[in-house]
Design a protein around this ligand. Structure first.
Ligand SMILES: Cc1cc2nc3c(=O)[nH]c(=O)nc-3n(C[C@H](O)[C@H](O)[C@H](O)COP(=O)(O)O)c2cc1C
Length: 269
């Protein structure tokens, strides 16, 4: 009887200890961002980790990719922006830190800024990212706030007034630090490799945007110095592309059958 009571007592003690430990762990556990979580802290936005989230094949994305200049008033979801930035220039090789876009000698001359409007990037229900200019940190997959305010109008003015730059909820600005590539490859790096690399990045943005139901257009017509001023780029960061991004008013509807008919007509014509 005595032994029986002691076992009960011991059991209760162990149980109490387990419950107390669990509660203490819940209260004290370190705040680690889970892969699907967005954490907005001070001037940093920790983006949700890249993962497989689309249902579209690459051939469908290529078929449906179009330069889109008309957008609905819908915001861009942060998990989608995160995927588009990762597709642009994110790390795809954890051993060497190689990226989603190829680069001559892996010199990676490009820097990616994001101009975000008011109520334009949805973090979670009725919560938006602060309007401003952000810079994408490739290795840490996060955005750093560079300056606040809705600067899409200024960006559009710097891009010869192109309406889609003003209207799109998000404008991705791709800059090049030529010296990184030129120091290794000389003039060929400047006139060939760096511009080619901007094109690779642009196409990745187009395709990921398409697969996620967004539309984009690469914009090359703008005043470099004015764009540089809007985003507060460093003197050595030369703007190469502005890529407005939003939900298309009229998503492209082309089918493979349409393409077959196109080819057929030309073969028989
Ligand atoms: C280097 C380059 C610069 C471009 N600049 C602009 C631009 O300043 N404004 C614009 O509206 N579209 C621009 N475009 C998009 C083209 O107009 C578009 O790709 C072309 O009309 C073909 O249409 P698609 O992209 O739907 O196939 C540019 C495209 C490239 C490749």
């Amino acid at each position: 009887m005595r032994v029986h009571i002691n076992i009960n007592l011991l059991g209760s003690c162990v149980l109490t200890l387990l419950v107390v430990s669990y509660v203490a762990w819940l209260v004290l556990k370190p705040e680690v961002a889970r892969f699907e979580e967005v954490v907005v802290a001070d001037n940093v936005v920790y983006l949700p980790y890249p993962s497989k989230i689309t249902n579209m094949n690459v051939e469908e994305a290529i078929l449906l990719r179009r330069s889109i200049r008309d957008y609905t008033s819908d915001p861009v979801k942060i998990e989608h922006l995160a995927m588009i930035l990762w597709a642009a220039y994110g790390v795809t090789d954890p051993k060497w830190g190689l990226r989603a876009s190829p680069s001559a000698g892996a010199t990676y001359p490009l820097e990616v800024y994001v101009v975000i409007g008011e109520s334009s990037v949805l973090v979670r229900e009725s919560e938006y990212l602060r309007a401003g200019v952000y810079k994408y940190d490739v290795h840490r997959h996060l955005l750093t706030l560079i300056k606040t305010g809705d600067l899409r109008g200024e960006l559009a003015d710097a891009a010869l007034g192109q309406k889609w730059v003003r209207d799109a909820p998000v404008g991705i600005v791709v800059c090049a630090v030529f010296e990184r590539t030129v120091s290794r490859y000389g003039e060929r790096g400047r006139v060939r490799y760096v511009p080619m690399e901007v094109g690779h990045l642009g196409q990745n943005v187009y395709l990921m945007a398409t697969a996620l139901g967004y539309g984009a257009v690469v914009v090359g017509a703008f005043h470099d110095d004015r764009v540089q001023a809007v985003i507060s780029a460093k003197p050595e960061e030369v703007p190469m592309y502005i890529i407005p991004l939003g939900v298309p008013s009229m998503p492209p509807q082309t089918s493979f059958e349409d393409i077959w008919r196109f080819i057929e007509a030309r073969r028989s014509g």
